[in-house]
Design a protein around this ligand. Sequence first.
Ligand code: HEC
Length: 156
Amino acid sequence: MKLFTKVALASVITVLAAGAMANSAKSMKHAQKATDLRQSIFSLLSSNMGPLGGMARGKIPFDAEKVGKHALRINQLSKMIADYTRTDTSAHKVETEALDKIWSQPDDFAKRIKDLTKASANLQKAALSGKEGLMKKAIGGVGKTCGGCHDDFKAE
Ligand code: HEC
């Protein structure tokens, strides 16, 4: 294969790969819809984190079954983040705290998602053990992954 052909082919493959990762919102309406969906995922994450934080802080009694339920939901929601953040809304004036880095540094963002998937799986395991100390520690681990991503990808 001629070098020119190789280079051309490589760039086509790169474009295709990038296309599979992110797409830009085509209109303000599209950007608004994508933003609403993106924020919905994080709202649901937050609503599941609330009771866990309450238990970890001793505000509500530990309940291993509930810990397991919220951990499962957080784990499932974490696996939806990539899809619901795929549309790049940075060219539109939507009300958002999402930083443009989400789309310019996709590998770093993907790593943050993976951290949450892992931490929530770990919390599911801790819930099965029924041990309060383990659950408390694992809830802290999940919280750290929320904060870790916010530090890099969410405006204050
Ligand atoms: C992979 C990155 C990432 C992870 C992990 C993450 N967040 Fe976020 N979060 C964001 C970004 C980005 C936004 C801003 C979304 C926007 O405004 O469009 C956000 C927004 C939010 C919001 C505001 C939602 C709204 O309606 O505007 C809450 C609450 C929140 N996150 C809670 C959490 C909790 C709790 C966790 C952990 C269980 C978590 N997040 C994990 C990136 C992340």
